[in-house]
Design a protein around this ligand. Structure first.
Ligand code: 6PG
Length: 467
């Protein structure tokens, strides 16, 4: 009887594509899904390598080489039940890998529960969507070195490659992999919303058509803004609806959905006390977008200024480009600072240069600037903020004029640009040696005797403000 190298639980598009990727690299895969149609679709790919579906997990477990290596790619709500159903049939030393978008806290809990039974467990982020799973994703595994050693050859074979290096690395213990994936998604939310705001400005202020936007984004992607999300945005503007012949993007309902990973990043940033203006604004933007019926009513009741075309259209487009680039830098800066804080808080011992390295290819936030980010953290792993290091310091300083001008146009024309503007507020607050928090402290002391510290002497002080 054939012994399969890897088990795959969940044969949705991600699971099936990842299994096909493994099989093409010589790793045989035994797959399982509750849904017979998915099993049948999976078996249709048999010619690509050694893969087979099983109708029950007992038979699948018998067919796997020991120690067993089993990947779970099931909806995040189904991870615990999938583990519970496999658990009785597993032996000490077997490895379970959750490749879904699980919350890192759940991964911490599962790691402890399974370790108590002598089972190895890894929580691993994976990015790149369905195509990435098939052709080369970025993989972000967390767990023990012993567990990683069991799966490293397979992950290294199937991951995207940049300069010959696979976009995968053992990131840290327990929930470290899912923590890194969560931050990846927070950055993803920030960049996506910054792009959406640039589109809105160019469309509503400069009157740019989808054709022009396609041309602009294609050109932007060929220079310093080179990034997967810019590339797909250019392609989106070119797509027409086959039935109506109209630009498809303009026919799509403007309510952004979310599965929660961006929100988790914001919640975690608040827990850690890490500023995350760009990411928070992006999460809030998705939330307000969902209030479609209220927005339609308010559009009539709360009119704003009628957008006026810019005096110098070419200059305006360049300002928007600079604002987008600066906001992208802020999204990475905040995400990386949060990784540092999370690493300290949860004992993950994360290597930021390694994380930037594996984000250079395969994942949704891949961008040319990640190579510079990698270099910066390789030179100084304790760097407190990306914006302090070259080349980013000079790049953001050189673009702040355009960034400010784009936001001024947005404000004057009544176009909401929360992510571009909150990014600028983050930048301005971070570079302000003195903020008005002295007044907050005075107010707190005034109404609640909360005390304050002084800049001219040590100690803790209270004033009777009404005396
Ligand atoms: C990736 C993506 C992916 C993401 C979904 C949608 O890295 O491949 O981040 O994992 O979860 O595409 O996420 P939202 O529903 O939260 O937008």
């Amino acid at each position: 009887m054939t012994e399969y190298a890897i088990g795959m639980i969940g044969l949705g598009v991600m699971g099936a594509n990842l299994a096909r990727n493994l099989a093409r690299h010589g790793f045989s895969v035994a797959g399982y899904d509750l849904d017979p149609a998915r099993r049948e679709a999976f078996d249709a790919h048999r010619s690509e390598g050694q893969i087979a579906s099983f109708t029950d997990t007992e038979t699948l477990l018998k067919a796997l080489a020991r120690p067993r290596r089993i990947i779970l790619l099931v909806p995040s709500g189904a991870v615990d039940s999938a583990i519970a159903s496999l658990r009785p049939g597993l032996d000490r030393g077997d490895l379970l890998i959750d490749l879904g978008n699980s919350f890192f806290g759940d991964t911490e809990r599962r790691s402890a529960e399974l370790a108590a039974q002598g089972l190895l467990f890894m929580g691993s982020g994976i990015s790149g969507g369905e195509k990435g799973a098939l052709h080369g994703p970025s993989i972000m595994p967390g767990g023990t070195p012993e567990a990683y050693a069991l799966i490293a050859p397979a992950f290294e074979a199937i991951a995207a490659r940049v300069n010959g290096e696979p976009c995968v690395a053992h990131l840290g213990p327990r929930g470290a992999g899912h923590y890194v994936k969560m931050i990846h998604n927070g950055i993803e939310y920030g960049i996506m919303q910054a792009i959406a705001e640039a589109y809105d400005l160019l469309k509503r202020v400069a009157g740019a058509t989808p054709e022009e936007l396609h041309t602009l984004f294609t050109a932007w992607n060929a220079a310093e803004l080179n990034a997967y999300l810019i590339e797909i945005t250019a392609a989106i503007f070119a797509r027409r609806d086959p039935e109506t012949g109209q630009h498809l993007v303009e026919l799509i309902l403007d309510e952004a959905q979310q599965k929660g990973t961006g929100k988790w990043t914001s919640q975690n940033a608040l827990d850690l006390g890490v500023p995350a203006h760009t990411i928070n604004a992006a999460v809030d933007s998705r939330i307000i977008s969902a209030l479609k019926s209220q927005r339609l009513a308010a559009e009539v009741l709360l009119p704003g200024p009628q957008p006026q075309p810019p005096l110098d259209r070419t200059a305006f487009i360049e300002q928007v480009r600079q604002a987008l680039y600066a906001a992208m830098l802020c999204a990475y800066a905040q995400g990386l600072a949060q990784l540092q804080a999370g690493s300290r808080e949860y004992g993950y011992n994360l290597n930021l240069a390694e994380i930037a390295r594996i984000w250079r290819g395969g994942c949704i936030i891949r961008a040319a600037l990640l190579e510079d980010i990698r270099r910066v953290y390789a030179a100084d792993s304790a760097l407190p903020n990306l914006l302090l290091a070259e080349p980013f310091r000079t790049r953001i300083l050189e673009r702040q004029g355009g960034w400010r001008a784009a936001i001024q146009s947005a404000v004057a024309n009544g176009i909401p640009v929360p992510t571009l503007a909150h990014s600028l507020a983050y930048f301005d607050a971070y570079r302000s040696g003195r903020l008005p928090a002295n007044l907050i402290q005075a107010q707190r002391d005034y109404f609640g005797s909360h005390t304050y510290r002084r800049i001219d002497r040590d100690g803790v002080f209270h004033t009777d403000w009404e005396a």
